[in-house]
Ligand binder design. Structure first.
Ligand code: S3P
Length: 175
């Protein structure tokens, strides 16, 4: 049975790598933010606006507990998911967890290019964004590094990044 959960900061490529990994393994892919959006019929930004971050984290934990029980899946969770409640220990108890690690400069570049709306970083200038990433990454790394496996995605050339990441993860997890 395959159950792999990808974690890491916003913009690390969890969704892109997760989709490709699931396709390569022939299992189903779930993106936790997408799952929350489907179940509550609200975007992540709307949930933040209506319930605040605390409300979002409650829903996120509840939905994680649904998705992480599925079998033969690759799940990508939100950048903050591992850092609240006992989520990281919970994920480790059920799945092979993989931290997609990237340098702040790489994350900043990806997030500036990305079109997706992310309430925590909306409206920030590129300089403010990089500072924010550096600060929050320091606070989040102790949670991220609890993952069973970790791969550095910032070292990979972008053209081959996704397939190379898939290959590396399969090699590491022996799946
Ligand atoms: C968040 C990351 C987002 C989303 C929400 C909060 C975070 O997911 O869950 O905006 O706290 O880092 P992505 O990492 O998929 O962007």
């Amino acid at each position: 049975m395959i159950r792999i959960i990808l974690i890491g900061y916003m913009g690390a490529g969890k969704t892109t790598v997760g989709k490709a990994l699931a396709a390569d393994l022939g299992v189903t892919f779930y993106d936790l933010d997408w799952y929350i959006t489907m179940r509550y019929r609200r975007s992540v930004s709307e949930i933040f606006a209506e319930r605040g971050e605390e409300g979002f984290r409650d829903l996120e934990q509840r939905m994680l507990h649904e998705v992480a029980e599925f079998e033969n899946v690759v799940v990508s969770c939100g950048g903050g998911t591992p850092c609240f409640f006992d989520n990281m220990d919970y994920m480790n108890s059920l799945a092979d967890t993989v931290y997609l690690k990237a340098e702040p400069e790489v994350l900043t570049k990806h997030l500036l290019m990305g079109k997706g709306r992310r309430p925590l970083i909306e409206g920030k200038t590129p300089e403010e964004l990089e500072d924010y990433i550096k600060q929050t990454l320091v606070a989040r790394e102790p949670f991220y590094t609890k993952a069973k496996y970790s791969i550095d995605v910032s070292l990979l050339d972008t053209a081959v990044k996704v397939q190379e990441s898939v290959r590396l993860i399969r090699e590491l997890l022996k799946v």
